[in-house]
Design a protein around this ligand. Structure first.
Ligand SMILES: [Zn+2]
Length: 63
């Protein structure tokens, strides 16, 4: 992961003309890093899908 030294939400808040940059609870989603308020599902008003089998946000790392 080389995109940023710090994990922060990359959601663009158009109304405030800035990126969210929230760092608490940030996880990687298909569009990129998102805080709990700005996950793809949250933006669509859908319930959050908990990570688990079949949810490909995390892959087993080769050791
Ligand atoms: Zn956010």
């Amino acid at each position: 992961m080389n995109e940023s030294a710090r994990a922060e939400c990359r959601h663009w808040i158009g109304a405030e003309n800035r990126y969210c940059k929230e760092a608490d609870g940030v996880r990687r989603y298909l569009p990129g890093l998102r805080c709990p308020e700005h996950t793809p599902n949250a933006l669509k008003g859908l319930p959050e899908i908990p990570p688990g089998p079949g949810w490909p946000t995390r892959r087993k790392e080769a050791s």
